[in-house]
Design a protein around this ligand. Structure first.
Ligand SMILES: [Zn+2]
Ligand SMILES: [Zn+2]
Length: 243
């Protein structure tokens, strides 16, 4: 049996046999679980997109329309919605102010879609992927709330904003300005924001169910199909991994 599945001595053996960090060993072990949650997250995203499509049609405003783009540029210019840096110096990313995932349940609808720089888009994911936010009730507000005064030392998002604006007063000023711009932008689409806020608990409920169902389906279907293949593994029994 391979050393890393050999029972109680597993973690010691893993460290001895794999000349890599413990995190790499952990990543190897959790790969299948991550693949299943990736599939479930993709399904959640598809579900939220379908709801968004219906909301946009009913509300008569498409995020892809020239009018919507004009509304975005009117408030943010050609700048990142969060850091206000020029988007031409950066690759731009379509940004959901409330992330489109099972925790934030944001929608691809007017008022929730803007443009950010790639860097902010990546950094914001840390908050978006938290089950519960502590600094604010929405993903975008939480991201902009990391001003270095409320988080424990070593908060990566606080560190990011310190990297963007080294001067403390400047940092707080610009973060507050960004909040004001987003609030102003969202006021222009108040009916969509209100609809989304009102519908969120019901959507979240279904999203959680969909996520669980998808993971259960993946587990049982993969087990079933693998068993059906009825592989013969007898030729694979060697000890080469021991070195
Ligand atoms: Zn940015
Ligand atoms: Zn922080």
């Amino acid at each position: 049996m391979a050393p890393w599945v050999a029972g109680r001595r597993r973690s010691d053996e893993t460290r001895r046999w794999l000349p890599m960090s413990f995190d790499s060993a952990k990543a190897l072990k959790t790969a299948t679980g991550r693949a299943k949650s990736d599939v479930a997250n993709k399904l959640v995203s598809m579900f939220l997109h379908e709801i968004s499509r219906r909301v946009s049609v009913a509300g008569g405003v498409q995020v892809s329309s020239p009018d919507y783009l004009r509304a975005v540029v009117n408030v943010f210019g050609h700048r990142c919605v969060y850091c206000n840096r020029d988007l031409e110096q950066d690759r731009a990313a379509v940004e959901h102010l409330d992330g489109m995932n099972r925790f934030r349940v944001g929608l691809h609808v007017p008022g929730n879609v803007a443009v950010s720089c790639r860097r902010c888009n990546n950094e914001k994911r840390r908050d978006d992927q938290k089950q519960t936010l502590t600094l604010a009730s929405t993903g975008w507000e939480s991201f902009l709330a990391h001003d270095g005064t409320r988080c424990p030392k070593g908060c990566k998002t606080c560190d990011y904003w310190t990297l963007v604006w080294q001067d403390e007063r400047q940092k707080r000023h610009f973060l507050a300005e960004s909040v004001k711009r987003v609030v102003k932008f969202r006021k222009g689409f108040a009916r969509f924001i209100k609809w989304s806020d009102d519908a969120r608990p019901a959507i979240q409920h279904r999203v959680e169910a969909l996520y669980r169902t998808c993971q259960d389906f993946a587990t049982s279907e993969i087990d079933k199909l693998t068993s059906e293949l009825n592989f013969d593994f007898s030729d694979l029994k060697t000890n080469e991994v021991r070195g």
